[in-house]
Design a protein. Structure first.
Length: 410
């Protein structure tokens, strides 16, 4: 069986990267955002990239929505029916996330229907869906007399059940060697008429160990193990290569097994390590926040109301990294997470380390965005935050390929 896949709602390519590392071959990817697609192109389409999609000649190399692709190339997609081993990817998570305003009628939730239409057209042997924990939480409705709307995971499993064996679970990225306590919903489905055996998601734990052993990293990794080589006592500071007027970090030598794994034979300094330009007043406030969190044992936890009042800030999401624990879930907001010992926010590259992206993987587009554009643009910080951690994705790919071997020898 050919281990090929299509990555839908691909984002910047964390899932694709992990699948390629596990021996899978990408046919193409579907991503609508210009910045995220540019990152995909840089890492999977351009000459010199470590991994490549084969990309069909009939498909333009540009951002696509799943709906737009179906409307423009329905016949070409139908010609792939039964030839695609894996359809991977998770619909954008903002409409489901418990960190935001969860609305049952959020138009982004309807993207699940586009995914199901692709499943109907392609009839892939495997499905993998990764999404936020909120995917499993029922939607509340404003009308007290109305019924609570069923969560998306349950609806999806019921709709897939006639054609697929479905198993799903909430998993922590930290179980896969990722230095981040990131709770994610993962669904794996196996087509009933494919001659493949049903697959229990519990099998992912065996593949997690295999990937951790392959990269020679500890089974549990901490924030300090991930980014200590970017601390000021080890790193160099140079002018940013892509942002005039900004400074960028060049890490010191790798100090941990995890850092060596993330270098992955990369000989350059570091991509996407631009420092924020904090004012002196902001740095002093950050120093105070870090000090207060250390004194009160609130690292990794949101500031208390008393701390916010003492600091004169309203923002509730600010946290300070605990160097000796995996990071909390990183977000698209750069100032949600402060460094454990330095009065600053993290760089894109440090967030990428916490997501298990290797240093050679380049992000493109704006660094941040704001206002109404936050609903339509996916800048670098958001690309990293929204991605499937590559180590987790590699374990998923390894699990599926091993399952193919077992099924065909049984």
């Amino acid at each position: 069986m050919e281990l090929n896949y299509i990555d839908v709602f691909a984002g910047c390519g964390g899932l694709s990267l992990g699948l390629h590392r596990a021996g899978w071959h990408g046919l193409f990817a579907i991503e609508k955002d210009e910045f995220a697609f540019s990152t995909l192109s840089r890492n999977f389409l351009e000459e010199g990239a470590r991994f490549h999609y084969s990309w069909p000649t009939w498909l333009q190399k540009k951002p696509w929505t799943a709906k737009g692709l179906i409307e423009a190339h329905g016949d070409e997609l139908s010609s792939l029916r039964g030839k695609v081993t894996l359809l991977a990817g998770g619909p954008p998570c903002q409409g489901f996330s418990t960190a935001g305003r969860r609305m049952a009628d959020d138009p982004r939730n309807a993207l699940v229907d586009d995914y199901l239409e692709l499943v109907r057209i392609l009839e892939p042997k495997f499905l993998v869906i990764e999404n936020v924990r909120g995917f499993t939480v029922d939607f509340a409705v404003s009308d007290r007399n109305a019924k609570v709307k069923e969560n998306t995971a349950a609806v999806l499993a019921r709709q897939l059940a006639p054609e697929y064996h479905v198993d799903s679970s909430l998993l922590s990225a930290a179980e896969f060697g990722v230095p981040q306590n990131r709770q994610r919903f993962v669904l794996i489905a196996v087509r009933r008429d494919s001659k493949l055996l049903p697959l229990a998601i519990e099998k992912l734990k065996e593949s997690a160990k295999a990937v951790i052993d392959k990269w020679d990293i500890p089974s549990k990794n901490t924030a300090r193990a991930a980014i200590s080589d970017f601390e000021s006592r080890y790193a160099s500071v140079v002018p940013s290569s892509d942002s005039p007027g900004f400074l960028s970090l060049v890490p010191g030598r790798p100090r941990t097994k995890y850092q060596r794994a993330m270098r992955d034979e990369f000989r350059g300094g570091a991509n996407d390590a631009r420092l924020a330009r904090h004012t002196e007043a902001v740095e002093k406030r950050f120093e105070k926040i870090i000090s207060m969190c250390l004194e009160e044992g609130r690292s990794h936890r949101a500031l208390s109301s008393a701390m916010r009042a003492a600091l004169g800030i309203k923002k509730m999401a600010t946290r300070v990294l605990d160097p000796d624990k995996p990071s909390p879930t990183i977000t698209s907001m750069p100032d949600d997470l402060l460094h454990y010992s330095e009065p600053r926010t993290l760089t894109v590259r440090e967030n990428a380390r916490l997501q298990s992206f290797p240093d050679w993987f380049e992000f493109t587009g704006k660094y941040t965005t704001g206002g109404h554009l936050r609903r339509t643009e996916v800048p670098r910080f958001t690309q990293v935050a929204n991605a499937v951690p590559p180590l987790m994705a590699e374990a998923i790919g390894h699990c599926l390929s091993e399952h193919c071997k077992v099924s065909w020898t049984t």
